[in-house]
Design a protein around this ligand. Structure first.
Ligand code: 5GP
Ligand code: ZN
Length: 137
């Protein structure tokens, strides 16, 4: 895609600090890291979000996340790692080329402190689960 910054990285029109590359996948350091070592994994082909990614490529991406994530944790001496994917603007997706964030974590680093919510009732929770099951078709 012409205006896509990640497609430009794939085509080497703009530089990146690459960590892993194969014929389908690229991993490189995020230019605005949440933590040192924050890495992005992308398919070389442009897919806007999770739902356009073919199953066989999804499997290869997951295997690449395992491989790169292990190396990232080792080098940064992280003791944990978050895998985050933002889909669509309301979820914080800024670059419309599907990608996963690998974020190294250490105890007490204070990242991602989100307050949990409660359902009105157990019944409301099960009603929602039923609706979602129906939506699966
Ligand atoms: P999103 O919010 O779309 O899930 O994440 C996009 C990520 O891409 C951001 O964390 C941002 O820092 C990173 N990013 C944006 N432009 C560039 C770039 O030109 N090079 C690199 N390495 N990362 C970028
Ligand atoms: Zn793209």
């Amino acid at each position: 895609m012409e205006d896509c910054i990640f497609c430009k990285i794939v085509k080497q029109e703009i530089p990146c600090a690459d960590v892993y590359a194969d014929d389908k996948i690229l991993a490189f350091l995020d230019i605005g890291p949440i933590a040192v070592g924050h890495t992005l994994i992308i398919p070389r082909r442009h897919y806007p979000s999770l739902w356009e990614i073919p199953g066989d490529l999804a499997k290869d991406l997951l295997l690449a996340m395992q491989k790169v994530g292990r190396a990232m944790m080792e080098v940064t001496r992280a003791t944990g790692m978050n895998v985050v994917m933002n889909n669509f603007g309301s979820a914080g997706q800024v670059v419309p080329h599907a990608h996963w964030h690998l974020i190294p974590r250490v105890e007490g680093d204070g990242l991602f402190q989100v307050a949990q919510k409660e359902y009105e009732s157990r019944e409301a929770m099960h009603d929602l689960a039923r609706s979602m099951k129906q939506a699966l078709g």
